[in-house]
Design a protein around this ligand. Structure first.
Ligand SMILES: C=C(O[C@H]1C=CC=C(C(=O)O)[C@@H]1O)C(=O)O
Ligand SMILES: [Mg+2]
Length: 478
């Protein structure tokens, strides 16, 4: 772990637009030009970012060529921002039940002197009070990383960035020369293979269908006793493949089949990779302006426009799904009432149409009151009743007691923070990838009137995107 106690940030940008192939040379020129000044200026650990504009780039292809044990990918739902990153220049990691406010303040302290385009990427465990199982342990309760190399593609252009912490001016030359050697092998643009994924030979569901029925029955009893009104219960579906999976290939295929989603991949220091395509924004903050949304209630997409409309109408008129969604709307509005002013909420519900499913959908915006920030937003909004339940604390307790696995980062906040902005998605429709195994996590909101069998089916539909990119040979229940 590199301790990054930088007191200042120097950003050095290249004027000329490079191609991916000559990016290393362009950055080398940039470094050479700036060595004398850097040597003089740096007397303490300093974050130095070298940035060049790229003519064109494909972040996913670039990422597939990176051998680094830390690899990250994030693209937003509007496909307006895409970043691939490799290596780590700094990380903030916490296990157990950490003090979220202190950790977020620490991140903001590290970002305080940086430019707006410096971002830490990472996420939080769904429930830090529940013990982490072996596979999720390396992700901790919170992990954020400032990448060493980043390739970004956005409406504002394409950029390649190197973030370095320079300890002392007289070490600059030596450190940068070592960096350039690595850079020579960095900039490659071979496209990601679109070959089919290996064959999945075994599928296991935890809980199995019988256990699912029992868990739902227990939840309904909790509703009847009055201690809970909603709980979101998840399943873990494990697929075992004939050979090792390539995460970037899987991500590429997931991108091809799932539209309107945040696509992500987090692999830290050789640990299992967390991969997914979530439709749900937890919140986005631009300065004091906050955007959040309620996504809940589900129907499949139809095979024809008429069938699709029939599903949509059925969803809009379903008392059970409307209640599922209302709990989420109310919870977000309650948080906004507490932390914000100028709350804008839609006059009526709309639909979020994804590749395989459609959801009830409400968008909100507001202005954050003075004195509140990301730690307050994360602590209060997460988990919304789209992934937790009502009341929040009781639902989290019941989830830990009823689900036969650790959720880890599934349904947790995942995203990025910069000096003045942040964006977090809800880490659903996601999977943990280890060599030839894929653990897919998917849940469904349970309220009074929910039936175990149709909730099982709802999860099968949500799983559809992951299943669509695989060829499954056999099914087994755990
Ligand atoms: C918890 C998940 O979905 C949530 C988001 C949208 C609709 C949901 C539902 O209708 O049950 C869930 O609340 C998941 O996909 O793992
Ligand atoms: Mg539902």
């Amino acid at each position: 772990m590199i301790e990054c106690k930088t007191e200042q940030h120097i950003k050095i940008c290249g004027k000329e637009i490079a191609t991916v192939q000559n990016a290393a040379r362009t950055i080398q020129q940039l470094i050479d030009e700036n060595i004398p000044e850097l040597t003089e200026t740096i007397a303490q650990p300093t974050l130095v970012s070298f940035q060049i504009s790229l003519e064109n780039c494909d972040p996913l292809s670039w990422l597939s060529q990176q051998a680094s044990t830390t690899r990250l990918y994030w693209s937003d739902r509007e496909a307006s921002y895409e970043v691939a990153a490799a290596g780590e220049t700094d990380r903030l990691f916490a296990e157990g039940e950490p003090h979220l406010t202190e950790l977020i303040l620490e991140l903001q302290r590290r970002l305080a002197s940086s430019s707006e385009d410096i971002r830490y990427y990472g996420g939080l465990k769904f429930d830090s009070s529940s013990p982490a199982d072996h596979d999720w342990k390396p992700f901790g309760a919170l992990l954020f990383v400032l990448p060493r190399y980043e390739m970004t593609k956005s409406q504002h252009g394409n950029t390649f960035t190197i973030n370095l912490v320079i300890q002392h001016g007289n070490e600059v030359e030596q450190q940068l020369l070592a960096e350039i050697q690595t850079l020579q092998t960095l900039c490659s643009a071979a496209p990601v293979s679109s070959q089919p994924l290996p064959i999945a030979s075994i599928r296991t569901d935890s809980p199995n269908q019988k256990e699912w029925q029992e868990i739902i029955d227990k939840s309904i009893q909790a509703f009847d006793s009055g201690c809970m009104e909603k709980i979101v219960l998840a399943r873990k579906t494990t697929m075992v493949f004939s050979e090792e999976l390539d995460p970037i290939r899987l991500l590429k295929q997931l991108k091809d089949v799932v539209n309107r989603a945040f696509h992500f991949y987090f692999q830290f220091d050789g640990t299992p990779g967390f991969i997914g395509a979530t439709p749900e924004r937890l919140y986005k903050r631009i300065g004091e302006t906050i955007f959040s949304e309620a996504v809940a209630g589900t129907r499949p997409r139809g095979n024809s426009p008429e069938a699709d409309l029939a599903f949509a109408e059925d969803l809009l008129n379903s008392d059970k799904d409307v209640r599922e969604h209302q709990f989420v709307c109310k919870s977000i509005l309650d948080v906004m009432d507490e932390l914000c002013t100028d709350i804008q909420s839609p006059a009526q519900v709309s639909l979020l149409k994804l590749a395989r499913v459609q959801h009830l959908y409400n968008k909100y915006s507001a202005t954050l009151k003075k004195g509140y920030g990301d730690a307050d937003l994360l602590e209060r909004i997460h988990p919304t009743p789209a992934v937790g339940g009502v009341p929040k604390k009781e639902a989290i307790r019941q989830i830990a007691a009823l689900e036969p696995f650790d959720r880890g980062w599934y349904a947790g906040p995942i995203g990025w923070l910069s000096r003045n902005e942040s964006e977090f998605a809800v880490g659903i429709r996601s999977a943990l990838m280890m060599k030839n195994q894929l653990h897919i996590y998917t849940g469904a909101g349970i309220v009074k009137g929910s039936e175990a069998e149709s909730e099982w089916e709802e999860i099968e539909n949500k799983l559809g995107s992951f299943l669509a990119i695989q060829q499954v040979n056999g099914t087994e229940n755990a």
